[in-house]
Design a protein around this ligand. Structure first.
Ligand SMILES: *Cc1c(COP(=O)(O)O)cnc(C)c1O
Ligand SMILES: [Zn+2]
Length: 417
């Protein structure tokens, strides 16, 4: 029983049937959103989903665009843990802090949620070749699911992408083209031209399906909290697909009557390139270009301009009573160490949620009684140079010699007493 019914345009509200690989609205060029017949959705769907623990996010298939009779491209995506923390919550002053650890996804980032769903949907509509642009993680995820689906993938990689991520994209079998550009605005003009010429695009928002995968965050988080929304959800923001997808998921749950209120959405960007934070500070509903993406270690959220002016991210932030917060690289390294001590290996962009909470708490934007979910979006293993910079250096050198080892260790701490 699949409840996906049609695409609807953000601007002119025209409906487009779901049986075409549509990108932007055919009538006016606006962004498309997939709508569901939520009046037919019931707790029964959620109860049934709760019983399936072997298929990750595909247990929500009734509420995703999944064509009848198609096999999911399942690699283990979804159902990542919502961790309580040992020390981190106390350190920040938010005892009810939970960490959604999406570093454990198949390719090491939350991008897998979106690509698993969007690539599967494209395949069911007969798409044979497609492209996206990426600072690394999206490309790796796209390449992986495209390979599983038998779709020819081209990834335009931004020059901030580190060699480990670029290598992963090639390893998974995609054609890699290094992109030369001066501003993200040039990237958007280029990818829009490709989409208009008929090449199927997986660029967030130009592709109306990727954030459908992201909304499974909301389902998993509310389910884990006993079908309640958190008070606050913090998500690093590049294009805003992750934050928007989660926001869509929360709104759907409320329309189904499963939760009774929505969380405040906090978006995080690096201060070196923070177009959304700038627009929010000025009270604007669209963002222009700001900053220099090469001047931060947070590669995955370092665009100097958001696609489509960031309209949807800003809408989610305003409507939810949330905020946009900027963080410095030093805060990101600190947050990586704090997360490391909780057993979570974050890349700098992913540690941004925790870095933002340190600020948000100090400013009083989040209170000590709030239930807060910080999403950790990608693994530090894929950005090894940043991991090495964040980690404390070794305590010293010692020879493998009993006397020397005993001298360095000193007296043992008596345990159990
Ligand atoms: C892509 C990415 C983001 C930003 O996601 P958007 O959907 O583009 O806002 C954040 N963190 C990591 C690790 C990413 O790879
Ligand atoms: Zn339209």
């Amino acid at each position: 029983m699949n409840l996906a019914s049609h695409y609807v345009c953000d601007d002119c509200h025209a409906r487009t049937p779901l049986d075409t690989p549509a990108l932007l609205c055919p009538a006016c060029g606006g962004l498309l959103e997939i709508e569901y017949d939520l009046t037919r959705a019931s707790r029964e769907i959620l109860t049934r989903a709760a019983g399936r623990r072997d298929i990750g996010l595909w247990r929500w298939a009734d509420l995703l665009p999944v064509a009848d009779g198609t096999e999911p491209l399942y690699l283990g995506e979804g159902d990542t843990p919502l961790l309580t923390t040992r020390l981190l919550g106390d350190r920040i002053g938010i005892p009810n802090l939970r960490v959604k650890n999406d570093t454990l996804m198949p390719t090491g980032s939350f991008k897998d949620r979106g690509f698993a769903v969007a690539v599967g949907f494209a395949r069911s509509l007969g798409v044979e070749e497609a492209f996206t642009y990426s600072s690394g993680n999206a490309g790796a995820s796209f390449a992986t699911y495209a390979a599983r689906a038998g779709i020819d993938a081209t990834v335009l990689v931004e020059d901030v992408a580190n060699p480990t991520k670029v290598a992963a994209i090639s390893l998974y079998g995609a054609r890699v083209l290094r992109l030369r550009y001066r501003s993200s605005l040039e990237i958007f003009a280029g990818v829009s031209a490709l989409a208009e010429a008929g090449f199927y695009s997986f660029v967030n928002f130009i592709n109306p399906v990727r954030h459908e995968g992201m909304k499974t965050y909301a389902y998993e988080i509310c389910e884990a909290l006993g079908w309640r929304a958190p008070d606050v959800m913090v998500h690093p923001v590049g294009t805003g697909g992750g934050l928007w997808g989660a926001w869509k998921g929360f709104r759907e749950l409320r329309r189904m009557g499963v939760i009774d209120r929505l969380p405040r959405m906090i978006g995080v960007q690096p201060s070196a390139s923070a177009p959304i934070v700038r627009a929010f500070a000025d009270g604007r509903t669209t963002a222009g270009a700001h900053g220099d993406a090469t001047r931060t270690v947070a590669q995955s959220i370092a665009g100097d301009a958001p696609i489509q002016g960031g309209v949807r991210v800003l809408r989610a932030i305003y409507e939810s009573g949330g905020r946009a917060v900027a963080v410095d690289d030093g805060d990101l390294f600190e947050a990586m160490r704090l997360l490391g001590a909780e057993g979570v290996t974050a890349e700098p962009s992913a540690a941004a949620s925790v870095a933002a909470l340190l600020r948000a708490r100090a400013q009083g934007w989040v209170s000590k009684d709030d239930v807060v979910v910080a999403v950790v979006t990608g693994s530090g293993q894929k950005q090894p140079d940043a991991l090495e910079r964040a980690a404390p250096p070794p305590a010293g050198d010692v020879r493998a010699d009993p006397d020397e080892l005993l001298a360095v260790f000193g007296a043992p701490v008596r345990s159990g007493g």
